[in-house]
Design a protein around this ligand. Structure first.
Ligand SMILES: [Zn+2]
Length: 418
């Protein structure tokens, strides 16, 4: 019976619009099996209500549905829109396989869920970062402890966290507004929260509105928080969602963009854009002037050795080093079945505090391959943007075109930019 129903459903999927609508409903049905699966949804209310009704549909049925949809998408004429849907459906199928009890290899996990190849872990590069960090933080004891102690000196007091976050929103919004066409009436609201596995999270509610959660359990220092706010808001996740809603969903009527499944290639593009967000709107000297003159005084931290603090940040940083170590930690958990204790030991050897390392392990176990979207996304988006005069225009394309990681790689191969 289910086979004949599958054929019947497929014959109704005449156009890409039909496949797109069925994809959104399938993603919502899969969320019943994993509440973290959907990062944002702003499509028809009735579809969400329908997905929530009754008992969850068995994972095996949803897997069969994903396969039928993928076949149908592949049979339709090629276009950028079709390629995006196909790429997302490969990830949906893979997620349904995992839910059905299959264990995918590391390579297959990244290929299918994120449309990416694993990046090799480079112990020599990590050793060089640790050597430079050691020179900046002389003293006794483990480097991870010395780093944590040093950064603690720049921890924003909880009573001032909101004011620093809001000042960061003001500057990043003004910069992003000057460069990108932000939707009218878009808005973000900062909320301080506890008990989460992440440092900050954007909840996109639709119609240009986002709630940005900032964790009170984490240490936040001024330059790091400015980067996190750009990543989450302008021109990061909030901008990404709100521009796509305006251009792709409302403008083109492409409803597949009204849902964001977390474990999918879309996340790789979104996280890569998030990591490049501050870099696209502010140069390093401007960032540091802003931290010295605005954020550090608001945080009450203008007495510290800010120059050494900046040097530590650019060494241990927010990008390649940290994300490379995090992805290697996730690989060891997945492929080598390493224990939490082993992974935490590896990460503290790479200068992560024990607290941060434990947080990464918890996050990796909760969000599966999603954690790799950081490292792979930064790598893909950074090389796609390049350093030329057209990088703002390229960033704009990331916001408002349905590009896939494969499309970014193809564009890079056609015109290498450096
Ligand atoms: Zn992010």
């Amino acid at each position: 019976m289910s086979r004949s129903r599958g054929r019947h459903e497929n014959t109704e999927l005449e156009t890409l619009d039909d496949v797109a609508d069925a994809y959104v409903r399938l993603v919502l049905a899969l969320q019943r099996h994993n509440p973290n699966y959907v990062d944002a949804y702003f499509g028809p209310h009735a579809w969400r209500a329908e997905a929530r009704r009754g008992r969850p549909r068995p994972a095996g049925d949803l897997l069969a549905r994903a396969r039928a949809l993928l076949d149908r998408a592949r049979s339709l004429p090629a276009s950028e829109r079709r390629d995006f849907l196909e790429c997302q459906l490969v990830a949906v199928e893979s997620f349904a396989r995992v839910l059905s009890g299959e264990h995918l290899s590391w390579r297959e996990t990244l290929r299918t869920l994120l449309d990416a190849e694993p990046l090799p872990f480079r112990p020599d590069e990590v050793a060089s970062v640790l050597k430079r960090l050691g020179a900046l933080l002389p003293g006794r004891g483990l480097l991870s402890d010395r780093l944590e102690r040093f950064l603690r000196g720049f921890d924003i007091p909880k009573s001032r966290l909101r004011a620093v976050a809001e000042a960061s929103v003001r500057v990043t919004r003004a910069r992003a507004k000057a460069l990108f066409d932000l939707p009218s009436r878009e808005k973000v609201r900062i909320r301080l929260v506890r008990g989460k596995t992440w440092a900050a999270y954007t909840w996109y509610l639709g119609r240009g509105q986002s709630v940005i959660d900032v964790s009170l359990d984490r240490l936040h220092h001024p330059e790091g928080l400015l980067g996190a706010i750009a990543h989450e808001t302008y021109p990061g996740h909030h901008t990404f969602h709100s521009v796509r809603e305006q251009v792709l969903v409302r403008g083109n009527g492409w409803r597949e963009h009204s849902v964001s499944p977390l474990m999918s290639p879309l996340s790789l593009i979104s996280e890569g854009s998030g990591y490049m967000a501050l870099d696209v709107i502010m140069r390093e000297p401007e960032i540091r002037d802003f931290v010295r003159q605005e954020l550090a005084p608001i945080a009450g931290l203008n007495g510290g050795d800010l120059e050494r603090y900046f040097a530590v940040n650019s060494t241990f940083g927010f990008g390649e080093h940290q994300n490379g170590v995090i992805m290697e930690a996730a690989r060891r958990l997945h492929e080598e079945r390493a224990t939490t204790k082993q992974v935490v030991a590896f990460m503290t050897d790479c200068a992560f505090s024990r607290r941060l390392a434990l947080g990464v392990v918890r996050f990796a176990k909760t969000y599966m391959a999603y954690i790799c979207a950081y490292h792979l996304g930064l790598d893909a988006v950074k090389s796609y943007l390049g350093t030329g005069p057209d990088r703002v225009a390229r960033y704009r394309e990331l916001l408002c075109r349905p590009l896939t990681p494969s499309a970014l790689r193809a564009a890079r191969a056609l015109s290498p930019r450096d």
